[in-house]
Unconditional design. Structure first.
Length: 192
């Protein structure tokens, strides 16, 4: 299945100071978004496997867009999500965010196979979505629990899906709640 992309978006947030404390390395968070026609809008389809398979190509495109926006930094954390227009189902978004979608992200960004946080919902254009983010290498790096809030003024239309990938170059500014630190990561999921 080849999905018809209608629009793309890239968002960049740079944070250099929090509570008057300047960071030695700013926090950059980016979001890349692909808006495409939902092939199942307006009808029930039992077999979503063609959509799952098509998601790998979308993952490759999104990670390329997001990594370019994150430059000159490298990704330490990520999150994924999707908004489905009201003629579709939340299950369409979930079909797009399986391992088929995630594997190209892991290949492009390097690192471990940590769980990638996600959020999906059926919504009208302009609806806000919070994309949760976590460390790409180890789920338990608390400093990297973060997120991005997005609203797309003209997406998704009823017959569209907006697929979202967020990346960040570091953990939160002034993170200090303990736990495993990014510079301590070893082995599978950060553990020895």
């Amino acid at each position: 299945m080849k999905l018809k992309i209608r629009r793309t978006y890239t968002f960049i947030e740079d944070h250099g100071v929090d509570r008057g404390k300047a960071a030695s390395v700013p926090l950059r968070k980016v979001a890349a978004v692909l808006v495409f026609e939902n092939p199942y809008a307006g009808r029930y389809e039992k077999d979503l496997s063609p959509l799952i398979k098509a998601s790998a190509a979308l993952g490759r495109k999104l990670v390329e867009m997001a990594a370019a926006a994150l430059a000159p930094y490298k990704a330490q954390s990520l999150g994924k999500g999707a908004l489905v227009g009201i003629s579709g189902e939340q299950e369409h978004a979930n079909a797009l965010l399986t391992s088929d979608f995630a594997e190209p992200l892991r290949q492009a960004l390097g690192g471990g196979k940590a769980w990638i946080s996600s959020m999906t919902k059926v919504a009208a254009a302009g609806t806000m979505i919070d994309i949760p983010m976590n460390c790409k290498d180890a789920l338990y790096v608390r400093s990297h629990y973060d997120g991005m809030t997005l609203a797309l003024a003209d997406a998704p239309m009823p017959d569209e899906i907006a697929l979202i990938l967020c990346l960040a170059n570091r953990g939160r500014l002034n993170a200090r709640v303990g736990g495993l630190r990014y510079d301590q990561l070893k082995g599978e999921n950060g553990l020895v």
